[in-house]
Design a protein around this ligand. Structure first.
Ligand code: NAD
Ligand code: UDP
Ligand code: UDP
Length: 326
């Protein structure tokens, strides 16, 4: 019998031309879905999705999520939001609008379509945490008026909206709190520590350690993080989150710098720069819920993941095209 209508699952990925979003688009296409990638290309780039542009099940739409969106899809991954401090602080009002108005529009869309919607929330909702590791029950220690607040409070408000749509409208929601993630397709100028240190090491420039370098982060390799997003979306309806996704292996910024110098064989020296305000001292996820509910347990160690990321940066650093924001 001839098929008269399309029965494939159609996934919307907002922020799909960004670092995480583009890997997610790849994985969803690999699983046989159709993918609608919506992005305003603020920090994302067509380079991240150019290999998908001719794909018969892939569609790209340049659109800002702060503006309502009327499309037909079966599930929504809401990732649109600049994620690195220099990017989200570039236009902080727009950052809050993206998180809050963007969430309202995507929740409105999901409500009309009665479809599940996943929110890419962040470990930043814990702020400068007073407890470690951070578990989902911890309410956080966030400065509401600082330079990171547009991101932290925007994401916190988006979580509130998700849970209110869930309680008020019975909307199927999924909220994950993503911890620092790294890998190929990170924006080389995004100022994040992994991209900065690798770029500086490859160019034999000074490596800028902020503060005394004793602050910690826990870094998750991108492929494993994306696997966690898909597992969360496909989990039982009663699993709404929030659930932490991150690699619990904690490292100091000095250890990270030393590792990157060693793996690149760089002649760079480490230099100290002032610690930005509100920079969290310690960040490490408690991932018991992800292990239990999603059977998710990241395994790629930092040496392996950083080596793969260095290989990507070696390629793009050769390219003449500048990666400007805007
Ligand atoms: P990214 O900057 O590479 O991707 C974000 C994407 O959203 C970009 O392609 C950007 O152009 C797009 N975007 C921004 N504002 C938009 C708007 N108003 N309308 C439409 N598109 C818009 O960042 P990423 O690291 O891929 O992060 C993706 C998501 O995951 C973000 O929501 C971020 O907050 C969350 N997250 C990421 C990390 C991490 O370590 N990478 C950690 C925690 C949370
Ligand atoms: N919205 C959207 N696409 C849709 C449905 C709604 O972008 O398919 C937007 C709509 O513009 C509204 C927001 O989502 O601003 C919230 O919608 P909701 O139905 O929750 O509230 P209301 O329409 O009453 O404001
Ligand atoms: N950092 C650093 N040198 C850099 C960039 C960042 O020492 O060139 C530090 C930063 O102060 C923070 C940590 O690395 O303590 C992680 O920074 P990033 O911006 O990657 O992520 P976030 O602070 O949002 O977790």
């Amino acid at each position: 019998m001839t098929r008269v209508y399309n029965t494939r699952k159609r996934s919307l990925v907002t922020g799909g031309a960004g670092f995480l979003g583009s890997h997610l688009c790849d994985r969803l296409l690999d699983s046989g879905a159709e993918v609608l990638c919506v992005d305003n290309l603020f920090t994302g780039t067509k380079r991240n999705i150019e290999h998908l542009l001719g794909h018969p099940r892939f569609e790209f739409m340049r659109h800002d999520v702060t503006i309502p969106l009327y499309v037909e899809v079966d599930e929504i991954y809401n990732l649109a939001c600049p994620a690195s401090p220099i990017h989200y602080q570039h236009d902080p009002v727009q950052t809050t609008k993206t998180s809050v108005h963007g969430a309202i529009n995507m929740l409105g869309l999901a409500t009309r379509l009665k479809c599940p919607i996943l929110q890419a929330s962040t470990s930043e909702v814990y702020g400068d945490a007073l407890t470690s590791p951070q578990s989902e029950g911890y309410w956080g220690n966030v400065n509401p008026i600082g330079i990171r607040s547009c991101y932290d409070e925007g994401k916190r408000c988006a979580e509130t909206l998700f849970f209110d749509y869930h309680r008020q409208n019975g909307l199927p929601i999924k909220v994950v709190r993503i911890f620092n993630t790294y890998g190929p397709r990170m924006h080389p100028q995004d100022g994040r520590v992994v991209s900065n240190f690798i770029r500086q090491a490859l160019l034999d420039e000074d490596i800028t350690v902020f503060g005394d370098g004793s602050q910690t982060r826990s870094f998750c390799y991108v492929d494993e993080l994306v696997d966690g997003l898909i597992r969360m979306m496909n989990s039982a309806p009663e699993i709404v989150g929030p659930i932490n996704l991150g690699n619990p292996h904690e490292t100091t910024m000095l250890e990270l710098a030393d590792l990157i110098v060693e793996l690149t064989g760089s002649r760079s020296k480490l230099i100290r720069r002032a610690l930005p305000s509100d920079d969290p001292v310690q960040r490490c996820p408690d991932i018991r819920l992800a292990r239990e509910h999603l059977n998710w347990n990241p395994k790629v160690d930092l040496t392996e993941g950083v080596s793969r990321t260095i290989a990507y940066f070696r390629e793009i650093i050769q390219e003449p095209e500048p990666h400007a924001v805007g």
